[in-house]
Design a protein around this ligand. Structure first.
Ligand code: GAP
Length: 511
């Protein structure tokens, strides 16, 4: 299936089966804001549980907090967000559409890459077994020309970004003939910087009210609490603080469903280390975080590393984990070595000392920080989009979400074959026992086939069917979502079979 078509189907599926709704749909929607529906919120909560336990339960040196969204406005001055949390924007005068100038150039570079790969693929087909790919890449004039172009544009782009040279960024767009995808023209405005933070008022809007910001990242809530946690938790360096929470960014180019939203959720962990050890810890966390993603069970080839060309103002090393979404490889998680930048800034702006006394080396220092920051919504999209399958059966197409059982919103559907003869009562008894441990759904409407399809579409790993034989010999039929196989088992066995498969432990023990 064409990826664009697949993506449209996934978005429609999310709405039809109660995963995600457009926010304020009744009032024609609010752009780039979404609501998680009855099944979506369960999947999201399961992802949170997986991350939270992987951080706090599996690491005794990591504890969690839940800091407020509103914080003292000076925090954002200290962190650099007031002055530097900007996107370079450009407008197309014909379509009146606004774009991130850096994204236009990155997409252009990716297109050159695709052209190179196409050339290689064509040659592979033409030369068959005798094809020497390395030699071809090093000598073919067309490939070399593309590579050369890519490198030149890339170097100019990085230079312009590093020097905050907006005119140069615009010039690259003009020189490379990058056009607006809507109007197809090169009629561009100047490039301008735009701050992404939302501002609001604390207290009455009347005189004396203070301007504050909705936090654009959860990390600062951790930084300003680091010493409180260290002291009250008697934490010794190295230690980490984890947090899951909402963040807000006034994204101008908000596209691609829940990939880029104005209100979203982050799962961040700051790991406080002794200065000089940060790059070692950075490597450790890089490996740990990729493992965390891979343990979910998605095809490992869908993940790749992206090294940052331009480091953020606070970092001395940075990598992203990118995921192959239906619209291409894009950032899923950022792993940054943030130095002591944030803590030192808060020390300076608050006028209070926030050093750590190291008993072992008998010295005081401001710790360095390694940060792992993953978007919960992007993880949701990665899991959901790679679980969506359309299978051709004899007389119909089956749409199934092959979600890992520990993440599935509903674990068991309890289905009496018909609505009479005591079958519903029998089914209710099973449901009453299971629901103490897991999310179950009881359904008696429609044919059993239709009910199976509905459960497949929301990713329920087990369906239990109660029929007349159940009343006689206390057995039921269990149906497995992925294989559609059915098995007759004794009622007493259901709990053990299901419980073993849905336990979040299955993911945690792979780490
Ligand atoms: N504290 C570091 C930080 O916030 P970031 O790369 O700006 O770093 C971290 O954000 C992660 O948050 C990203 O990798 C992405 O998964 C998620 N994220 C960022 N902006 C987002 C948005 N507008 N919508 C959804 N997720 C977003």
């Amino acid at each position: 299936m064409v990826q664009e078509e697949l993506f449209k189907k996934i978005v429609a599926h999310c709405k039809e089966y109660g995963f995600i709704f457009q926010s304020s749909e009744l009032y024609d929607g609010l752009s780039a804001v979404y609501d998680y529906a009855q099944n979506g919120v369960e999947l999201k909560n399961n992802l949170k549980e997986y991350w939270w336990k992987a951080m706090t339960q599996l690491h005794e040196e990591i504890v969690g907090i839940d800091s407020a969204i509103f914080m003292h406005p000076t925090i954002w001055k200290a962190s650099g967000h007031v002055d530097a949390f900007n996107d370079p924007l450009i407008d197309n005068k014909d379509s009146k559409k606004r774009y991130r100038a850096d994204v236009l150039i990155e997409d252009y570079l990716e297109k050159i890459n695709e052209k190179i790969e196409k050339e290689v693929e064509k040659a592979k087909k033409r030369f068959g077994d005798s094809f020497d790919e390395t030699m071809y890449r090093q000598t073919n004039p067309r490939v070399l020309e593309y590579l050369n172009k890519k490198e030149t544009v890339h170097n100019d782009f990085v230079f312009a970004l590093e020097n905050n040279d907006l005119e140069k960024i615009r010039q690259i767009i003009i020189d490379e003939g990058i056009v607006c995808p809507i109007s197809g023209t090169k009629n561009w405005t100047e490039v301008r910087q735009f701050n992404l933070m939302f501002e609001t008022k604390l207290g009455s809007v009347a005189e004396g009210a203070n301007s504050i910001y909705l936090r654009p990242e959860t990390a600062q809530g951790i930084f300003v609490n680091y010493l409180n946690v260290q002291k009250t938790g008697r934490m010794k360096i190295p230690f980490g603080i984890a947090q899951i929470g909402k963040a807000f960014r006034n994204e101008i180019v908000a596209r691609q469903f829940i990939f880029r939203m104005r209100e979203f959720e982050q799962m961040e962990m700051q790991f406080f280390v002794k200065p000089g050890t940060e790059l070692e810890w950075f490597e450790t966390w890089r490996i740990r975080r990729l493992n965390w993603h891979k343990a979910i069970g998605i095809n490992p080839e869908k993940y790749r590393w992206h090294k940052h060309d331009k480091l953020a103002h606070y970092a001395n090393a940075a990598y992203d984990i990118e995921f192959e979404f239906p619209f291409g490889f894009k950032e899923l998680e950022g792993i940054h070595s943030r130095t002591d930048f944030d803590l030192k800034q808060h020390q300076q702006f608050s006028g209070k000392k926030i050093t750590y006394y190291d008993n072992e080396s008998e010295e005081s220092y401001v710790p360095y920080v390694v940060e792992t920051s993953v978007g919960l919504d992007r993880t949701f999209l990665a899991v959901l989009s790679s679980s969506y399958f359309e299978e051709q059966l004899e007389n119909e197409t089956r749409i199934v979400l092959k979600l890992p059982a520990p993440l599935a919103p509903i674990k068991v559907a309890v289905l009496p074959l018909i609505k009479k003869d005591g079958l519903p009562e029998f089914a209710r008894k099973i449901m009453d026992t299971l629901k103490l441990d897991m999310n179950c759904m009881y359904e008696e409407k429609d044919s059993i086939g239709k009910r199976y399809r509905r459960q497949d579409a929301i990713g329920t790993p087990f369906c239990i069917t109660i029929d007349h034989q159940s009343l006689e010999d206390n057995t039921i039929t269990i149906r497995y979502r992925d294989t559609m196989e059915q098995e007759r088992i004794s009622v007493d066995k259901i709990y053990d079979i299901v419980k073993e498969k849905i336990d979040i432990k299955n993911l945690l023990k792979k780490l």
